[in-house]
Design a protein around this ligand. Structure first.
Ligand code: OTU
Length: 643
């Protein structure tokens, strides 16, 4: 443990020494007083975090000064309207916890062609009720394969086929005026090999070679690899790539063209901080921190979720609180629940994907039983203050069964066996399965495998439509609506992958295109289908049967402040097919995970602390009195509130 008084003293000395320089950076009209107040508030924590990373470097204070100068310069460059938003958000740090917050995510090109196309969809975003829009990586990136944009060649240039940076800034402003926060990815574990830094490194410049991890031979790579997990064993085996131009092995956790940055070099930290603040100054309000677990490496470890990753995020977050406090971080760590949770905090990532609940939903859909859901969520759901889960059912990525084996074994479920079952189920191999997923990256060495597929195809709609059986189609539609009813009522921000709101099915044409055929995640990233969207208002169409009730639930959620915040208490309903949770002691959600009608004994709910009589289901408007039992139709969800 470091002595906090000593840290505070060092921070104070640093401020005394540097403030004149920093505020002279601010002479161009910056609000020096605000800067100083924030600096005093956050520097001790920043200092503490940076000591974890660079405390052993003789030039620690030089690098700290560089980082602070970057922060001051970016603060000065920040547009006035964003400074105003900063002041407002500092007063309202929990704004995202509102029940009015509704999120969606899309690829610019696949959903709307260009940034201008996104702009033209503004009325549609209103129709859906969005307040949070995540545009998938839209930066300049290699033309033939960029891992869907996750290989960034410049954080300051938009991919020219989508638009320009100034269009992006305009879009951010327009969206904000419409009440929508713009969310972008910050791909900070790696850059593409076409990034300027990588190009200079390839040309032999040692300064930029030190931005990455490079080795003259296999000696060190072999030692590291002994402990590393392969992320894409099928498409990109191993974690290092040989570059003959420089006769070096480069660390590439993901694809060979994605070069891992070396955060042991404080200059890399400073440069990436500058990119963050640049994006914040374009009006981006939330950055999704991509591949968080991988950003620090240590020989002899798996190089995932190391303690220094937390120090990097805390330090970045601290600087952001000074220069652009509107900006929030959202963690993308799809790892063990313990590690997922470890990145969430007011001082780290205020938001995080909730892969734990995502997996629990699919698990309960496959088994038709909710014991594991309740058990694991009771342990894993609670979050610290001023943070939130982002609840989703699938993203642009594969689905991996990342539940905690410890949670499973407590219910007598063996993790490995259960994962095999889920893989079989969601690839449609398990007898009676309703799902049409594809196996993603089967690793014969470990038996590990993940699943690709759209929400609708995984939830049974594709198979039902193929069968032409109206009752199966009805069941699949209900299953989809149940998923949404959970995502929209559990604590946190609901996030819809656009296309899923109208029941988009798997798109198998990815297999015909050489650019995508290797990576079946493209099966669930189809282009928006204008005709399908046009049918959304028709209650007889499949699209309308999903879209219309979904919109109704979204509006209900927005109008129900009891659904705000995180507080979600999972309860025993006395019927293992029925999930139950209470929101803020005010709303009881019951969800039937089976194809059969289910009965719930009121006594069980009373015992769990919720009185049924005098409540009304917000969704169906049905009123409930003193009857002994509640009946739920197949896949029905009710949101019970006292009236
Ligand atoms: C992320 O995913 C992105 O979401 C992917 O689309 C990218 O390909 C990748 O990073 C590289 O930028 O392993 O299978 O724990 O799960 O970062 C997807 C985090 C991934 C990893 C995640 C990664």
């Amino acid at each position: 443990m470091r002595d906090f008084n000593w840290i505070a003293e060092q921070a104070e000395l640093t401020i005394k020494r540097l403030l004149p320089t920093l505020t002279s950076t601010l002479y161009a009209g910056g609000d020096a007083r605000t800067f100083e107040v924030r600096l005093r508030r956050h520097l001790p924590m920043i200092f503490d975090a940076l000591l974890d990373l660079y405390g052993d470097q003789y030039d620690f204070f030089f690098h700290l000064q560089q980082m602070l100068e970057t922060t001051a310069r970016m603060f000065t460059l920040r547009p006035a309207e964003l400074h105003a938003l900063d002041r407002y958000r500092e007063q309202n740090p929990d704004w995202f916890q509102s029940s009015r917050t509704i999120g969606a995510v899309c690829y610019v090109d696949r959903f709307a062609g260009t940034l201008r196309g996104i702009r033209e969809r503004a009325p549609y975003f209103d129709e859906l009720g969005l307040t949070y829009l995540h545009l998938m990586p839209l930066f300049k990136s290699p033309e033939k394969n960029s891992d869907g944009g996750y290989a960034v060649s410049s954080f300051r240039e938009v991919n020219p086929s989508l638009g320009t940076m100034s269009e992006l800034a305009d879009l951010a402003r327009d969206l904000r005026e419409q009440g929508i926060s713009l969310v972008l990815d910050f791909v900070f574990n790696h850059t593409s090999d076409e990034h300027d830094w990588a190009q200079k490194a390839l040309a032999g410049d040692p300064y930029y070679q030190a931005y990455y991890w490079m080795f003259p031979d296999r000696q060190m790579p072999d030692q590291y690899e002994a402990h590393l997990r392969e992320i894409f064993p099928e498409q990109a085996p191993g974690s290092f790539t040989y570059r003959p131009e420089i006769q070096k092995w480069v660390w590439t956790t993901f694809y060979p063209f994605q070069w891992d940055l070396n955060y042991r070099n404080p200059e890399v930290f400073r440069a990436m901080l500058e990119e963050i603040l640049f994006l914040a100054n374009q009006g981006v309000e939330i950055l999704r921190l991509d591949a968080v677990p991988f950003v620090w490496k240590q020989l002899g470890t798996p190089c995932e979720n190391l303690p220094q990753v937390h120090s990097i995020i805390r330090a970045l977050n601290g600087f952001v609180r000074i220069a652009a406090p509107t900006l929030l971080f959202k963690s993308e760590a799809i790892v063990h629940p313990r590690d997922v949770r470890s990145y969430i905090g007011e001082d780290k990532c205020q938001l995080s994907y909730n892969p734990i609940m995502m997996v629990a939903i699919w698990e309960a859909l496959a088994t038709r039983e909710t014991d594991f859901f309740r058990h694991t969520m009771t342990k894993q759901f609670p979050l610290p203050e001023h943070t939130a889960w982002v609840n989703y059912i699938r993203s642009h990525d594969d689905i991996g069964w990342g539940f905690a084996d410890e949670d499973a074994i407590e219910l007598g479920i063996k993790g490995g066996d259960h994962r095999s079952f889920l893989n079989n189920f969601y690839t449609g191999r398990f007898p009676g399965s309703f799902a049409k997923g594809l196996p993603f990256n089967f690793n014969p060495r470990t038996g590990d495998m993940r699943i690709s597929g759209t929400m609708a195809s995984l939830a049974g709609l594709e198979q039902a439509l193929n069968s032409g059986d109206p009752s199966q189609i009805e069941i699949a539609v209900r299953r989809i609506l149940m998923i949404y009813a959970i995502i929209l009522s559990a604590g946190g921000i609901p996030l819809i992958y656009l296309g899923d709101e109208i029941g988009t099915l798997n798109d198998y044409t990815y297999a015909d295109d050489p650019a995508t055929m290797q990576d079946n995640r493209w099966v669930h990233r189809p282009k928006a289908n204008a005709e399908a969207y046009a049918r959304r208002a028709d209650p007889a169409s499949i699209e309308g049967r999903i879209f219309l009730p979904l919109c109704q639930m979204i509006q209900l959620r927005k109008a129900t402040p009891e659904l705000a915040g995180n507080a979600t208490r999972f309860i025993h309903t006395g019927n293992r097919h029925v999930l139950g949770y209470v929101r803020n002691q005010q709303v009881l959600v019951l969800a039937n995970f089976s194809e059969q009608r289910q009965q719930i004994f009121n006594g069980a709910l009373r015992e769990a602390g919720f009185q049924i009589s005098g409540t009304r289901d917000l969704i169906s408007r049905q009123a409930f009195n003193d009857d002994e039992f509640i009946w739920l139709e197949p896949y029905q969800v009710i949101w019970l509130k006292h009236v």
